[in-house]
Design a protein around this ligand. Structure first.
Ligand code: IPT
Length: 950
């Protein structure tokens, strides 16, 4: 094989009719620009990228592309190595060209391509010469195929995957279909290796002592099966007289029985993500190291399944799935979503003229990836509605490869699929599906309900990870685990598809739809991943990891013992994990040790006793915490030994002792000063600040800005908030009077236009010169028609934030419905940890369950301790108004102040950008609330050192 990747010559024309027919396929083109292959030309300075989701970027006029259809002419002059030419046949292979191409070699037209994310091979035996070959490829950005490649992603044309020249011997192995079956009843494997070759072929598996002719059933004896948890592979060699093909077999059996998804006889749980191939600079161009890093990052976060949304990835990715252990839904490169905008009229899925194109894509997907044990399902595509062509694809797959299941979410009637797959079904519906109490589908009277009842259920997309979120994951997972027929789901989506552009000023900015002047675009709907485009984990990933962690640990409230649950499907706990425990009181470790790991098989539970030191009574000032952690004992390709596999806690909050008010009224100067006009503080000690004001609003998240699937008749919550003026509440001082050594301030904070308000009754009592006690009571006024985003005390310190030291739930941000990973601890947050650097600015960074925190600023610290209930703390260098007004992270400028919110309660975040909104139990309906706090100025460096870094 000779790679033809590298620097090619390139010419871009704005339309097919404008593309010169000037003998370019063979003449010298030294005057053309250079371009990298593989690459997308619009990320190489030729034109600009564009993003649209469901909408077609041009009129729906199938099968025609628009006149304005960028045409890229590529040329490469190359010499073929002597040993390639010496072979009897040569092939030219393209692993991906978007969207359609004509290919010439030395002036001879080899053919055309369709199927952007599929392999194309041309036989060049008769046209290849030893030296000065002229390879010419004319690529159209849009084509008839664009109508069935309308995935939710950037439009990125070009030769974007590898190009290679292949030498083929006389006795060649042209194709192999390797099936490695595992019989769970006997523990034995069987190999069936169908070989298309010139001459006789043999199959060798040295490790199993196999040396047998191909095309026969080969008993493999006892084998170790392949699973995503135990990705055991055996080297297999297929050999003819002239060629040796090295492969890897994973023995496994995929079945559906009693509406359960089984592998090797055991039910499996798909802890999945949808993965697009995306790099902020390179787009969908593959890089082996990056792909591996991506999958290792998934494994570190306990993800065990990938849907290759919505096309087959670079072929080498499949090797990584096999090797690292992932359950894979390999999806065909097919989506005709744009027809939704024309009522699905003319949808290619139902038009016989497109049948061959559909079958061709499906066959090529399966043939390319059929020998990978990680692939357990073939997906016909995404959002292509319904039609006979999809059914024909399914029939072909079932005939060719009965060892895997057919997936297609769009088969609303479950007539030609092997799993019941849905996207974004609500919690309520998932529960009904689990309980099997749904009869006919709400949206398909023709559903084969009998067949459907026999199928396992999965969500091929759920929990839309856009912006601050997704909320409700834990609630989904509880349902997934409760009902045997539910086989898990795939979060939408793994990576934010931002495109980075470095400006003339040297600043790298992340962009989304509309930032490149597109006439049709879908804005930031492409920024919806668990990791940023640069692969920084978003808080959503950390919480998802905790929700799906392989070991669940519940520490008994009385601290006598721990309940351990093994959530693996195949691995046992003993030998895999070590258990440690630790008791921390007020931040200091008082006792710790190891716990014996009980014998515990997959999907089982065990009890472990805690030592006496876990429960001897100790006086705590802040909190007394016992944490039990399960860690991996062995190093894995994705993590060192000691990688956390699950944790649980018992937290006992101390009843904080309210300090006595300063008796000495003559003391130099009072701890705080109250503005007689507004009733707000102007300083605590010598720290200048303003507030508190009463805050009910948050800078809308993406989810707040969208209509929720479960409330289609209501505007987004952000609109509801704005409609009643929650974003611009107006205070009125009602009372400011001395009271028992302090000052009582009563403020009514009302929403303009309405009569809605919140009354705050604040009693300030100085304690010494630098501290003040606040007893606050809040009462809603009027009948609030909408839930609040939060109820908080908002303070602005006149100095830039430098970090936070806190005792509370963390270290990552959390919200009531997005909380699984947050553990109680003593954390030190740096300035960069305070808020999330969202591509599209929005509310972020809240820490819940806080009992003691010091907000550090350039001018000293403000310590806030609760004397009653824990609070949620948000500390930001930006005001909410500034966040809400900005459209890109890089537009936000810190104003030099520290914006602090001490929230008594908060709303969840939900996943309304696609799916249900905030679950009722996580909404904050207007209600009376109260809190007592101690606020104190501290010297930033004097604040107590935490034991635990964030
Ligand atoms: C669903 C698409 O399958 C996926 O590609 C993505 O666009 C996602 O929505 C939203 O980000 S389709 C939607 C109509 C449920």
């Amino acid at each position: 094989m000779q790679s033809l990747n590298g620097s090619w010559r390139f010419r871009l024309s704005p339309a097919l009719r404008a593309a010169p027919d000037d003998g370019w396929q063979t003449r010298a083109v030294d005057d053309w620009d250079a371009i990298d292959v593989p690459a997308h030309w619009n990320l190489q300075g030729f034109g600009a990228p564009a993003y649209s989701n469901v909408q077609m970027p041009f009129p729906v006029d199938p099968p025609h592309p628009p006149d304005a259809n960028p045409i890229g002419d590529y040329r490469l002059d190359f010499d073929a190595p002597a040993d390639v030419v010496a072979h009897p046949r040569q092939l030219l292979r393209f692993d991906g060209i978007e969207s359609a191409a004509e290919v010439w070699l030395n002036g001879a037209l080899l053919g055309t391509t369709r199927g952007s994310r599929l392999t194309h091979e041309f036989d060049v035996t008769d046209v290849l010469v030893p030296t000065a070959n002229r390879l010419a490829v004319r690529v159209a950005q849009f084509s008839d195929a664009t109508y069935i490649e309308n995935q939710d992603m950037w439009w990125l044309p070009g030769i974007f995957r590898d190009v290679a020249l292949l030498a083929r011997p006389a006795a060649a192995v042209d194709d192999v279909q390797l099936v490695a079956d595992f019989d769970p009843a006997t523990g034995e494997g069987t190999l069936s290796v169908r070989v298309r070759a010139t001459g006789a072929a043999r199959v060798l598996v040295p490790e199993l002592g196999i040396d047998a002719p191909a095309d026969e059933r080969i008993p493999a004896g006892e084998v170790e099966p392949w699973t995503a948890e135990t990705p055991r592979l055996y080297d297999v060699v297929v050999r003819t007289a002239d060629e040796t093909v090295s492969m890897r077999a994973g023995f496994r059996r995929v079945e559906v029985r009693d509406a359960q998804l089984l592998v090797n006889g055991a039910p499996i749980m798909l802890r999945g993500v949808n993965r697009h191939e995306h790099h902020p600079e390179r787009g969908r161009v593959f890089d082996a190291a990056d792909a591996r890093a991506d999958l290792l990052l998934m494994k570190r976060h306990h993800i065990n399944a990938v849907r290759t949304s919505h096309y087959p990835p670079h072929p080498d990715t499949l090797d990584l799935f096999d090797e690292l252990g992932f359950w894979v839904i390999d999806e065909c490169d097919l989506e005709s979503h744009g027809f939704e905008h024309v009522g699905w009229s003319g949808n290619p899925s139902a038009d016989p003229r497109w049948r061959d194109a559909y079958l061709d894509r499906m066959r090529r997907t399966v043939h390319r990836d059929k020998n990978h044990p990680s692939v357990i399902m073939w997906s016909l595509g995404n959002e292509a509605h319904e039609g006979a062509n999809l059914e024909a694809m399914s029939r072909w797959v079932k005939g060719f490869d009965p060892t895997r299941l057919v997936h297609y979410e769009g088969d609303r009637g479950s007539r030609y699929v092997d799993v019941y797959s849905r996207m974004y079904a609500s919690h309520a519906e998932v529960r009904e599906i689990g309980q099997e109490t749904v009869d006919a589908l709400p949206y398909d009277a023709d559903a084969d309900t009998v067949r459907r009842a026999s199928l396992p259920f999965l969500q091929c997309e759920f929990a839309h990870a856009m912006g601050t979120g997704p909320g409700g994951l834990e609630e989904y997972w509880d349902l997934f685990e409760r009902y045997p027929r539910i086989a898990g789901g795939f979060v939408w989506e793994w990576v934010e598809q931002a495109i980075a552009v470095t400006g003339d000023d040297g600043v790298r900015r992340l962009r989304y739809g509309g930032d490149f002047g597109e006439a049709v675009h879908d804005g930031n709907y492409v920024i919806d991943g668990l990791v940023s485009a640069d692969r920084e984990p978003r808080p959503g990933l950390l919480h998802y990891a905790a929700v799906i962690a392989p070991v669940r640990i519940d520490v008994a409230g009385d601290r006598t013992g721990v309940r351990i649950e093994n959530r693996w499907d195949f691995l046992r706990l003993e030998g895999q994990v070590a258990l440690t425990w630790e008791r921390r009181v007020d931040g200091r470790v008082l006792a710790s040790g190891e716990l014996a790991v009980p014998a515990c098989g997959p999907r089982l539970r065990a009890e472990v006793a805690l030592p006496h030191e876990a429960r001897v009574s100790i006086e705590a000032a802040v909190a007394d915490v016992v944490t039990v952690t399960a860690v991996g004992v062995g190093a894995q390709p994705w993590a060192d030994a000691g990688h956390v596999l699950g944790a649980g806690q018992s937290v006992v909050h101390a009843v904080a002792v309210a300090p006595a008010p300063s008796a000495d009224a003559s003391s130099a100067r009072p701890a705080c000063e109250i503005d007689a006009v507004t009733g707000e503080l102007t300083r605590i000690g010598s720290l200048p600040l303003r507030g508190p004001s009463v805050g009910l609003w948050r800078a809308p998240t993406d989810n707040d800005l969208d209509v929720a699937d479960d409330e289609l008749d209501l505007p987004p919550v952000a609109t509801r908030w704005r409609d009643i003026g929650m974003d611009r509440m107006v205070p009125r001082l009602q009372q400011l009077s001395p009271e028992s050594g302090g000052t009582r301030v009563r403020v009514r904070t009302g929403a303009p236009i309405t009569g809605l308000a919140v009354d705050a009754d604040l009693l300030w009592t100085p304690v010494g010169e630098r501290a003040v006690r606040l007893d606050a009571v809040f009462d809603p006024v009027g009948r609030w028609p909408h839930a609040w985003a939060r109820l908080g005390l908002d303070l602005v310190i006149e100095a830039a934030p430098a970090g936070v030291r806190m005792a509370g739930l963390g270290p990552m941000p959390s919200y009531p419905d997005m909380r699984a990973a947050a553990r109680f601890g003593w954390y030190d947050l740096g300035p960069a940890d305070l808020v999330v650097d969202d591509v599209f600015p929005q509310e972020s960074g809240s820490r819940r369950g806080v009992v003691d925190a010091t907000v550090l600023t350039a001018r000293g610290g403000l310590r806030v301790r609760t004397l009653s209930e824990p609070f949620a703390l948000t500390v930001s260098p930006f005001s909410r108004a500034a966040i809400a007004a900005a459209r890109h992270g890089w537009e936000l400028e810190a104003d030099g102040r520290t914006h602090v919110s001490v929230d008594l309660a908060q709303s969840g975040v939900g996943t309304a950008t696609c799916g249900p909104g905030i679950l009722p139990r996580h909404r904050l309906t207007a209600r009376p609330l109260s809190i007592s706090l101690l606020l104190e100025q501290v010297d930033a460096d004097a604040a107590e050192e935490p034991d635990e870094p964030a």
